[in-house]
Design a protein around this ligand. Structure first.
Ligand code: HPA
Length: 217
């Protein structure tokens, strides 16, 4: 289903933390050439299957000077800089024409994640994720601009799926794994391989938090 290397592309159904879950192994990215309605189609499938909470994760470049590679950033809000809006066009009556985005990332889920992380001694950051189309990583000037705009991390996914999930009433919890730094003085060449390596290393911490959250839901 998904078509980027390192994103293997299956829908998996099973139990996690004693709850029935559906997982996407990989996703469609806008930079691959898919239309927004294709990028967000799996979320609408989830909605049809009755999913109530969506857990999203991604790799992001940290623009906050306090962040370190391998940090987990709980997404508290986002900035949508994709060139096409996923809800553009005739409104599908899953939700309102003009959906509210005042709490795109559920505050109660964020509190739960903070508590679980503290219990487990896992350091988590909080921040704003800015979604942009890619596929280039940012120039130093772009990282600086995004930081000034309010971003703590920047990446090429997630925002479209979250918008569509909120449109159809699904609660969202999101985490960015900081895989590289877009911070003045710390910018070095980035590659997909390094991003994947940093993400793989941080994954057990994220899995612990999400599994515990699912248990407690
Ligand atoms: N920029 C955009 N997307 C990314 C980055 C980045 O620095 N790191 C991982 N995904």
């Amino acid at each position: 289903m998904s078509t980027v290397e390192g994103h293997s592309g299956k829908l998996i159904f099973g139990k996690l933390g004693g709850k029935e879950v559906m997982a996407m192994q990989g996703r469609f990215h806008y930079y691959e050439g898919y239309a927004m309605r294709e990028v967000t189609f799996p979320v609408r499938v989830m909605r049809e299957l009755g999913i109530r909470t969506l857990f999203v994760s991604n790799a992001g470049g940290g623009t906050n000077a306090e962040f370190e590679i391998g940090d987990l950033m709980i997404i508290t809000d986002h900035i949508n800089l994709f060139p096409e809006h996923p809800l553009r066009g005739k409104n599908i009556d899953y939700g309102l024409r003009f959906p509210d985005m005042s709490e795109a990332y559920d505050r109660e889920l964020i509190r739960m994640a903070d508590a679980i992380a503290a219990e487990a001694g896992i350091r988590v950051r909080h921040g704003v994720y800015l979604g942009t189309q890619g596929p280039t990583f940012e120039t130093p000037a772009e990282y600086r601009m995004f930081h000034r705009m309010g971003a703590d991390a920047v990446g090429m996914s997630t925002v479209p799926e979250v918008i569509v999930a909120r449109h159809c009433g699904i609660r969202v919890f999101g985490v960015s794994v900081i895989t590289d730094l877009g911070v003045d003085g710390k910018i070095i060449e980035v590659s997909h391989e390094e991003v994947q390596k940093a993400a793989d290393e941080a994954q057990p911490k994220m899995t612990h938090i999400m599994r515990e959250m699912i248990k407690r839901l």
